[in-house]
Design a protein around this ligand. Structure first.
Ligand code: ADP
Ligand code: MG
Length: 478
């Protein structure tokens, strides 16, 4: 029989695996060894101090939630760090650290167990508790490191960056209201959104700034409906001076939330409050949005972020290394910037893998080591694929025009291609069935579910069909 700590940790891993990219899971979670459970404290061993800090900086919320889920509200996690494994005869010295609740742990390990209910500093506070009557005090949710200082300028982002800067100098008073920043994933929308918020706070400490992800907004709205306090919800948002809403494409198909956002938007706009939005598409291509809301999005400025050129990519990596106080040979930095051209997040992911690898094996970072790592990384990463991209690949494969794929036609070949597009969208993206349906010919979630079942059945029973699926899958991963 498995030991309890092993079993609990395995269950945690299963949850974690579902919530982060595979590469991150492999890098940061596979090397962790569960040691014991005592007094509902799970002790795990991590390979180095760097490792521990990385986990704390990046996965604290996920860890906290997972531990709570698997071990109950009184569950705790403690780390045991291998201080030196170069002398094998010596038993590893272990230090038990509780999981801290905030950044900056590096110099001051706190000797208190983690309280899962406290210090949820990166989660949105309950918006309905408005302490005091005079001045609204809310947690802005801004991440310090996503500053303008750390946002490298290049041709790829010049317009968006300078518009963002102008907005931060003069919130609500420029023509850029709303300012909508759009791009594919990993190109800096979130970073720029935070940078604007931070800069406003620096320029105007009294202004109320709120950054939030659209999903948080949607969830808060749902809660307010459940608790029957929608008015409080609306009032809360109307008191904000600068509202930064990230990834508004998630509003697609959410009519009620769009409705409420429409009112909040109007109120803020009329009162010269600043609105900053980000999205993965330009406004004209956003689907499932109410026309009146879409027309509002077009009032201000829509600026895009492009894939940076080689020079800018190098500058971004150097900036990152500088901020983290890490040195790396120029040739390695250049090789990295040269090899990874898709987006900045992947490039940073590769950088981190190299650092982790070097730290784990106590090797110095050489071009050879970097090459090995990057080659593996490029091969292993499953890119984030969009529904649009999937549709394009499926259409190219069967040689049908995109508008036919998304039309109402019931012709057999078209239906099948459409079902495949839905199936791959479910498989490769994180979109909900409803969103997939919406984008694939305005169908509902039940149709998408049916499509996935049909495709799975055909894969099992029809060899030729299975062949199609395999070939398209390969093309998607090119
Ligand atoms: P998006 O929101 O578009 O998916 P993010 O804002 O999360 O992208 O950016 C991904 C990563 O790339 C972040 O770590 C961010 O700091 C970094 N990044 C993006 N653009 C720049 C830039 N111009 N300079 C420095 N770092 C950048
Ligand atoms: Mg983002």
């Amino acid at each position: 029989m498995k030991k309890k700590h092993v079993e609990v940790w395995e269950r945690c891993l299963a949850v974690i695996k579902d919530n982060i990219p595979y590469q991150s899971y492999k890098t940061w979670f596979e090397p962790i060894v569960p040691l014991k459970i005592e007094n509902n404290i799970l002790v795990v061993q991590v390979p180095s101090q760097f490792f521990y800090e990385w986990l704390e900086d990046h996965y604290i919320n996920l860890l906290r939630k997972t531990i709570k889920r698997e071990m109950g509200p009184s569950g705790r996690l403690e780390y045991s760090i291998i201080m030196d494994n170069s002398t094998l005869s010596q038993k590893p010295v272990t230090v038990n650290y509780p999981t801290s609740t905030h950044k900056g742990i590096k110099n001051k390990p706190i000797n208190m167990p983690l309280d899962l209910n406290k210090g949820r500093s990166r989660e949105i506070p309950n918006p309905f508790i408005i302490p005091g009557l005079k001045k609204l005090k809310i947690e802005s949710q801004l991440v310090e490191s996503y500053s303008f200082d750390n946002f490298v300028e290049g041709d790829c982002n010049r317009l968006a960056r300078s518009a963002g800067w102008a907005v931060a100098e003069n919130p609500g008073k420029t023509a850029f209201n709303p300012l909508l920043i759009y791009s594919q994933v990993g190109l800096g929308k979130t970073h720029l959104g935070h940078a604007i918020g931070l800069q406003v706070k620096a320029n105007f400490p009294d202004k109320t700034v709120l950054y939030l992800q659209t999903e948080q907004f949607i969830n808060q709205y749902i809660d307010s409906v459940r608790n029957n306090n929608q008015n409080d919800f609306v009032h809360f948002y109307q008191m904000i001076d600068v509202l930064i809403l990230d990834d508004i494409q998630f509003l697609a198909g959410k009519e009620k939330t769009q409705d409420i956002f429409f009112h909040i938007f109007n109120h803020l706009h009329q009162n010269n409050k600043q609105i900053v939005l980000t999205s993965d598409k330009p406004p004209v291509e956003l689907k499932g949005m109410e026309p009146r809301l879409l027309s509002r999005f077009k009032w201000g400025l829509a600026a895009d972020l492009q894939v940076p050129d080689l020079e800018t990519r190098i500058a971004i990596l150097q900036r990152k290394l500088y901020t983290d106080g890490i040195e790396m040979p120029d040739e390695v930095v250049e090789y990295l910037a040269y090899s990874i051209t898709t987006n900045i997040r992947e490039m940073e992911g590769a950088l981190i893998s190299i650092l982790a690898q070097a730290s784990l094996n106590k090797k110095t970072i050489t071009l050879d080591l970097a090459k090995q790592m990057i080659d593996k990384f490029v091969k292993n990463t499953t890119r984030e694929i969009s529904i649009d991209y999937i549709q394009k690949v499926v259409c190219d494969y069967f040689n049908i025009p995109l508008d036919v794929l998304n039309s109402k036609t019931r012709k057999r070949e078209i239906v099948q291609a459409r079902q495949l597009a839905m199936y791959f969208s479910k498989k490769h993206t994180k979109n909900s069935l409803a969103t997939i349906g919406l984008q694939c010919g305005n169908k509902d979630h039940a149709t998408v579910l049916h499509a996935c079942r049909t495709v799975n059945n055909l894969i099992e029973t029809d060899r030729r069909f299975r062949n199609y699926v395999d070939e398209i899958d390969k093309k998607l991963k090119l």
